[in-house]
Design a protein around this ligand. Structure first.
Ligand code: AMP
Length: 465
């Protein structure tokens, strides 16, 4: 039987009675020390619900976005379990597997495991594409308690016999909706078919489309279901504004905004990889430090850009949606939408990069006339009317951008599958020959955008250059 808790949005933590602290959750002492060292005093709602369920060996289905504390929610119980084992894992095996859609998210989770497990002997290996396999092969030879991986490269190591999955007692599918969007469903099912039947399965997803529901039904046994931060409600602490502007004026408007605003750290979202490079270029030409990350950048370039952003050397990070998933940087004061996303839910994910861990944040969106339909869809989804400053010149008209759909669903065909696979390779850096792949196509956050992009390709491009 499925048990369901509906946990209120985590920004409402102040208004909700705090039932548990980390000590009463029953976590081992070395973990409590690490949690204190991280400065966490109170478990977030998802942690309050998921940690006891996982410690009790239950399967968990969690609907939660990044920013809710979901990583610690599944990592701490794994660390707790493995820190109490005296025996080391066998060579070429692991005890838990965490699958993620992107390299960035994998690195982020591995970094969190190291931080939370710093006073334990639990070992972690990160397996992602876009880097040489040699060091991964050497690390896997010793075995690991936890492997954090993107599906493509993990399958490579399983295929060559470098990693055996028969000792796994827990699997986590993180950001499952994005893994499906990237075409990883067959890969996930192949991987799961190689795991022992008796295991714990944890599935976390920001949204709950039909395919995720089906995957959960197939893979989980009597799961505890937990839902935080429904995607249709953006975090209340974000101050959202729209600047209605002609598309040709976007560039100057962004420069004006950046020069006239006190920004600690901002992510500027663009719809395409080329767009990200262009925005970076004109910001740098205008005298600002800016870095761009997207699927065409090598792993080393992405890491350099992210480190500069994390350290505060660069205050402006220009990103496409896929590249931005998994960026866990605190203190992002602003999210700027240079282009509005074509799928309304993506807007909620974007602005959720700010106002994390209970802080407030600012989201500013530039909206050209062609994007009015997208803005309407966002307002409808979020049930808010966003404050709009209209600076358009009168009489300006543009062909509208295809209206965003709420939950794009489309039957895959072979051509689309190939394209989605290419996008997945860009995100994970995984290619058949192990080399970094370079694609010039648009980087799309969700599967249904294909159709929109195809339609748009037939019309003259009205977006700013
Ligand atoms: P996540 O949703 O896992 O990406 O976590 C979002 C952010 O919240 C990260 O920066 C974590 O370090 C932080 N965080 C996680 N748990 C807590 C907690 N209990 N108290 C304060 N911050 C937390």
């Amino acid at each position: 039987m499925t048990r369901t808790w509906i946990v209120p949005n985590w920004v409402m933590i102040d208004e909700r009675p705090l039932l548990k602290n980390f000590t009463t959750l029953g976590l081992a002492e070395p973990l409590l020390r690490a949690i204190a060292a991280e400065g966490y005093t109170t478990p977030t709602p998802i942690q309050q619900e998921v940690i006891p369920a996982l410690l009790a060996d239950e399967d968990v289905l969690g609907i939660a976005q990044t920013g809710t504390g979901k990583t610690a929610a599944f990592v701490l119980p794994l660390l707790h379990r493995f820190s109490e084992l005296a025996a080391r894992p066998q060579g070429g095996t692991c005890r838990a597997l965490i699958l993620t859609p992107t390299r960035e998210l994998a690195s982020q989770i591995a970094a969190n495991i190291k931080a939370y497990g710093q006073f334990t002997k639990v070992t972690t290996v990160e397996i992602v594409g876009g880097v040489k396999p040699g060091p991964q092969i050497r690390a896997l030879k010793n075995g690991a308690d936890i492997v954090v991986a993107t599906p493509g490269r993990l399958e490579d190591h399983v295929r060559t016999g470098v990693l055996k999955l028969n000792d796994i007692s827990a699997i986590v599918l993180d950001e499952a909706d994005q893994m499906l969007d990237l075409g990883f469903a067959p890969s996930i099912r192949r991987i799961i078919s190689k795991l022992p039947r008796s295991r714990q399965t944890i599935l976390l997803s920001a949204t709950m489309p039909k395919q995720i529901h089906k995957l959960a039904t197939d893979l989980l046994t009597n799961p505890v279901e937990i839902s935080v931060t429904p995607v249709s409600r953006p975090i209340e602490r974000i101050d959202q504004t729209v600047l209605a502007i002609d598309s040709a004026a976007k560039r100057d408007a962004l420069i004006r905004y950046v020069s006239g605003t006190k920004i600690d750290r901002a992510i500027v979202f663009t719809r395409t990889k080329r767009g990200a490079d262009k925005v970076k270029k004109f910001l740098v030409n205008a005298g600002y430090e800016a870095e761009a990350i997207h699927g065409n950048k090598s792993q080393a370039q992405r890491e350099r850009a992210l480190n500069a952003f994390r350290k505060g050397d660069t205050r402006l990070l220009i990103a496409t949606d896929i590249a931005a998933r998994g960026i866990d940087v605190d203190d992002i004061s602003h999210v700027i939408n240079y282009d509005l996303p074509e799928v309304a839910e993506v807007y909620v994910h974007r602005i959720g990069r700010t106002a994390r861990a209970g802080k407030s944040g600012i989201a500013m969106s530039l909206c050209a006339p062609a994007e009015d339909g997208l803005l309407k869809a966002i307002e409808k989804l979020t049930k808010t009317q966003i404050k709009t400053d209209d600076q358009r010149t009168e009489g300006h008209t543009e062909a509208p951008v295809q209206k965003a759909t709420s939950q794009p669903q489309r039957k895959p065909n072979a051509k689309r599958k190939r394209r989605v696979r290419r996008q997945a390779d860009n995100a994970t850096g995984n290619t058949a020959n192990g080399k970094q792949q370079r694609s010039r196509g648009p980087e799309l956050p969700t599967a249904g955008l294909d159709r929109i992009m195809k339609k748009r390709a037939k019309r003259p491009d009205t977006r700013p250059r």
